[in-house]
Structures are given as structure tokens and as C-alpha cells.
Design a protein around this ligand. Sequence first.
Ligand code: DC
Length: 235
Amino acid sequence: MNENSKITIAIDGFSSCGKSTMAKDLARQIGYIYIDSGAMYRAVTLYCLEHNLISGDIVDTETLRSLMNDIHISFRLNSQTGKADTYLNGKNVEDEIRSMKVSSKVSPVSAIPFVRTAMVKLQQEMGKSKGIVMDGRDIGTTVFPDAELKIFVTASAETRAQRRVDELKAKGIPVAYDEVLDNIKSRDHIDQNRAESPLRKADDALLLDNSDITIEQQNKWLLERYTEAIQKIKT
Ligand code: DC
């Protein structure tokens, strides 16, 4: 039996499936730490943009490789929102990393093997004491293959595009639905087909299609799965 009865929860799936909302809600309810692994790839992408390392979809990987030790990513609690903000080299980049400018370049950056190796190492360090909910693309397959609870989330591309448009609109960032839909489809394609840690459901992950369920139904379902997973380690 696990002494502290804490487990690792891995939530993977397609972009804009509401993974982070569900992971955050679950972590808050059960007193776990939430870690947004996508924010880390977004922060590396922002760094690349700030250092002019991306031209079109081509990343200057050699220069990036030489600068990897200069990239420091951390999360710090924002006392006003009660949520963790992402910091890149000491600067709060939480809003900047959600912009379309970053979203449109994050897939090629996150496909670079040495970027993934560095992020996975950081993620494994952050989760070594368990008691975490981490969301991403390869958490149940590569980062924490032994996670006690793995969820793989999916929803139609159209549902996801509308959600992302609504989310950005609520933040006062107007975007065109078609542009967001194209971005989601192209990210799906790159995420599923990259050579390094492609997006795929781990064999032991539970599938959740949330196209037609409410957030409340989803939260209830998740909490039940968590309770089952905890029961399992106690027996
Ligand atoms: O979850 P998100 O949309 O914020 O993630 C941004 C990008 O980062 C996404 O296009 C794929 C990539 N990503 C990844 O490759 N592996 C992860 N564990 C998390 C995100």
C-alpha cells in the first residue's frame, strides 16, 4: 500500500478538450497540485519567438539547443486568482503563452526531441512526491507510465474550436472561429504524427468523450474514478 495514499493522475488528450479545467477542478477538490505541462511547451515557444528562433514553421534547433540551459520555467501561485501562473526566466508569461502567436508555433517546438527530454525531466521532478494532477499529451505514456489513474479526453474539433473562441473572447481577445478550427486541426495532426512521444491513448487509460456532457457531469465522473483508484491502492 502507498503510505501517504496519494496517487499520480495523468490527463491526456487533444488540444482544447477542457483538460486543464477538469484537471484544475479535480486537483482543487482532492487537495492535489495541478501542473499544466502544455504551459511549459508554450513557454519554450515564447522564448523562441522572443529570440527570433522561428521562421515560418522552421525552428533554429541548433541555436535553441545551445540556449536550453538559459530557459527556466516555473509555476507560482497567484494570490489574486488562486491559480498557478507560468513564469519564464522570472517573468510572469501566463497571458502571453495563451496568445494565437504562441499557439500557432507551439507544435513544431514541442516536436523537438531535446525540448521534450528537458520538459519530461522537469515534469517528473515536479511529480516525484505524487499528489499531482498533470495534463498534457504524453503524461500517461511517457512522463508517468505508472500513474495510478490515467484519463484520455476527446471531443469533436468543432466543439473544441468553439470552446477556445469563447475562452479567448471572455479574456477580451477576439479571434475568428475558422482560424481557431484550422489551428486545432493542424495541431491534432502534428501532435498525433510526430516521431517523439506522439499523442496516443495509453492502453490502461480511461476514455472520456466530453462533447455532450456538462462540466458538472464530467467532474462527478472524474471524482468517481479517483475514488476507485484510491480504493485500489488501499487493497
Ligand atoms: O495543452 P496545450 O494546448 O496548452 O498544449 C500546447 C501544445 O504543447 C500542444 O499543441 C502540444 C504540446 N504539448 C505536448 O506536446 N506535450 C504535452 N505534454 C503538453 C503539450
